[in-house]
Design a protein around this ligand. Structure first.
Ligand SMILES: N[C@@H](CCC[C@H](N)C(=O)O)C(=O)O
Length: 268
């Protein structure tokens, strides 16, 4: 499946027993020797009171807390496979519960929860909470915003997203010692108060064609700095998402497509 080209291998772990080790995850995600994807999603039962639990693994094998494009694909998957007729669907991830809604036009709207800014909750090493921080990156200082959308994000505003150092600097920031759990790194170009362009170097996957939580993090960053107004259209290399946020202590709403490409079996 994919959400704007951010691609997933999704497993039904309700009708079959699936347990994958790190090596198998990396093999499935390998674009040359396996199937190829940015993330692997496992759709499971839950006893938390939600309808499902879904687990998210990056291509490098690491399990992570949240995935925006994955959340949209998840709801399409459970509907297309007859696993539920409910709409909205309550689903728990490692970062808590979210509620994707399948819309009549096929797009999915997801309440992605309330963004967190306290450095220790991201986690990010800082003396005190601020709107922006200065980070030492390979001998220069860059200005970033940091926040959690369930998973950690750093967002940098750039003049031109096409020439931004996404793969070089992004890889460096991903493993910067001030991010103890590593970080997803977004580069945002602001076109006007309702339009941005975004590229994201994802933790554990490298640059992807789109990142849903990255889009939410960028929009929140722009609104907090009074550079954007809700709703915001986010153009990624894989297509467009719509993100809205009404400010502190309110949830971020993200709307976009979710597409199934093919189904199959793999011998592990
Ligand atoms: N592609 C995702 C985010 C997947 C997880 C991320 N790489 C992380 O490590 O937190 C999205 O659409 O949000």
């Amino acid at each position: 499946m994919h959400g704007l080209g951010n691609d997933f291998v999704v497993f039904d772990c309700i009708n079959q027993n699936v347990s994958l080790n790190r090596e198998q995850i990396r093999f499935i995600a390998d674009r040359h020797f396996g199937i190829g994807c940015d993330q692997i999603l496992l759709v499971e039962k839950t006893s938390t009171g939600a309808d499902f639990f879904y687990r998210i693994f990056n291509a490098d094998g690491g399990e992570v807390e949240q995935c925006g494009n994955g959340a949209r694909c998840f709801v399409r998957f459970v509907h297309d496979h007859g696993l539920t007729k409910k709409n909205p669907v309550r689903v728990t991830t490692l970062s808590g519960e979210i509620t994707p809604v399948l819309q009549e036009n096929g797009d999915v709207m997801v309440d992605m929860g309330i963004p967190l800014f306290e450095p220790e909750r991201i986690p990010f090493v800082a003396d005190k909470q601020a709107i922006t921080y200065l980070l030492d990156v390979e001998g220069k200082t860059v200005k970033i915003s940091v926040l959690s959308m369930g998973n950690p994000h750093a967002v940098r505003i750039v003049e031109n997203v096409e020439t931004a150092p996404v793969n070089s600097e992004g890889a460096f920031i991903e493993t910067h010692p001030r991010f103890p759990k590593r970080v997803n790194v977004g580069y945002m170009q602001i076109d006007d108060r309702h339009h941005i362009r975004l590229r994201v170097f994802e933790r554990g996957a490298g640059e992807t064609l789109a990142c849903g939580t990255g889009a939410c993090a960028a929009v929140v960053t722009g609104i907090r700095q009074n550079l954007l107004d809700t709703p915001v259209s986010v153009s990624t290399r894989g297509g467009k998402l719509s993100v809205s946020w009404d400010g502190e202590n309110t949830p971020v709403m993200m709307t976009g497509p979710a597409v199934s490409v093919f189904e199959g079996e793999i011998n592990l």
